[in-house]
Write a protein that binds this ligand. Structure first.
Ligand SMILES: [Zn+2]
Length: 379
């Protein structure tokens, strides 16, 4: 690789001057190789830095043929000096997430012996997989220990150990590494092979919050936020809990109980409503004499039940509408099969109708005004 990785030595360096080694136009953008760079390329599940080179935006950085390639909106001349600047706010979030990932993976490895077998990391979210399962209590303990490591503000350092030194160091690594091995050490917590920039101490991670976990191929996937994004998550959830507490008029600590009580009351009301609807359908079936009738607030199955009862009562064909929540009408035509088919075929010609059925019952949705329906059915 021709490019010196400035992020290797100083992860907080955000501006630099470099010499353009090559600038190649490719579609709508340019592929730039520099003699040195602060831009960390996409690697090992972490997205790349973005920023500016001269007046042009750098929107992606990749390793191609063992070279760091900056994807830039502007082109340059080989030999030209150029000023580079990374989006450091974004980089800092990426470093918080990456160091947070090492803290959690190190704790899990030490305490349970499980390995981190894959991860994806952007500025907002870390998703990582472990080859083992955890109870709820164990996950809570891991999250607590990870935050405790933050409060202890332990040093984070990156170094290239000599071959001899390497024999005595116990470190985590996802794969065999060719060439120089870079280790990232979190004092007393973890040592892991890694090429990415990190914050300087665990305190800079700020906060670690697990959002969710799920079982994946016999292992566990953890979704986690760190730093500012973890704080944003906490603020949003806190506001949500306060709103629910106000809406239910219960203390914030008791909102779960409040929601359970509300759900219980709602279930009872649903049962009551179903009973009342059943009685209403029986009453309607006794009263209705007309062939065409509008009724209120009946679902399609309830309309079908009503039509069943009507046919049993008088053996005639009935057409019953009920307005639905979309502003149209649910319609059931039921009775003598030939008559039912005739009414349906005729109505289809002048009204927008979707649906069907057989053996003397057709259920459908009608998109039309009550006036238009009455006009059609009064002929
Ligand atoms: Zn790493």
């Amino acid at each position: 690789m021709k490019t010196v990785k400035l992020f290797d030595k100083d992860s907080f360096l955000s501006e630099f001057e470099a010499v353009v080694l090559s600038s190649e136009k490719s579609d709508e953008f340019y592929k730039i190789i520099l003699d040195k760079t602060c831009f960390f390329p996409e690697a090992g599940g972490q997205v790349s830095d973005i920023g500016r080179l001269g007046d042009g935006g750098v929107f992606d950085v990749q390793i191609e043929n063992d070279e760091i390639v900056h994807y830039c909106k502007s082109g340059f001349t080989a030999g030209e000096k150029v000023l580079g600047k990374i989006d450091f706010k974004r980089r800092f979030s990426l470093m918080q997430n990456h160091s947070g990932e090492h803290i959690v993976s190190g704790i899990i490895h030490k305490k349970f012996g499980f390995d981190n077998v894959g991860f994806h990391l952007n500025e907002e979210l870390v998703t990582f997989d472990f080859n083992g399962l955890f109870s709820k209590e164990q996950l809570a303990e891991i999250e607590y220990l990870a935050n405790k490591a933050i409060w202890e503000n332990r040093d984070i350092t990156a170094f290239y150990p000599a071959k001899e030194q390497l024999k005595t160091v116990n470190y985590r690594s996802k794969k065999e590494i060719d060439g120089d091995l870079r280790l990232v050490k979190i004092d007393g917590v973890d040592i892991c092979a890694c090429c990415a920039p990190h914050v300087k101490s665990t305190g800079q991670v700020g906060l670690i919050k697990f959002l969710a976990t799920e079982k994946m191929r016999g292992g566990t996937r953890i979704y986690m936020k760190c730093g500012e994004y973890a704080l944003k998550e906490f603020v949003a959830e806190h506001r949500n809990a306060a709103d629910i507490s106000n809406a239910l008029s219960v203390k914030k600590e008791e909102i779960f109980q409040g929601v359970c009580s509300l759900k219980e009351a709602l279930d009872k009301e649903k049962q009551n409503t179903a009973l009342l609807k059943k009685r209403l359908i029986s009453l309607l079936a006794e009263q209705i004499r007309e062939d065409v009738r509008f009724v209120e607030d009946l679902s399609m199955p309830q309309l079908q039940k009503l039509c069943d009862l009507l046919y049993k009562k008088d053996g005639k064909t009935h057409t019953v509408f009920s307005e639905n929540e979309n502003g149209g009408y649910s319609l059931v035509i039921s009775g003598i099969p030939d008559e039912v088919d005739l009414i349906f075929e005729k109505a289809k010609k002048s009204l927008k109708i979707k649906g069907g059925g057989r053996n003397g019952m057709i259920s459908c949705l009608v998109t039309a005004s009550k006036e238009d329906i009455l006009k059609e059915f009064s002929n």
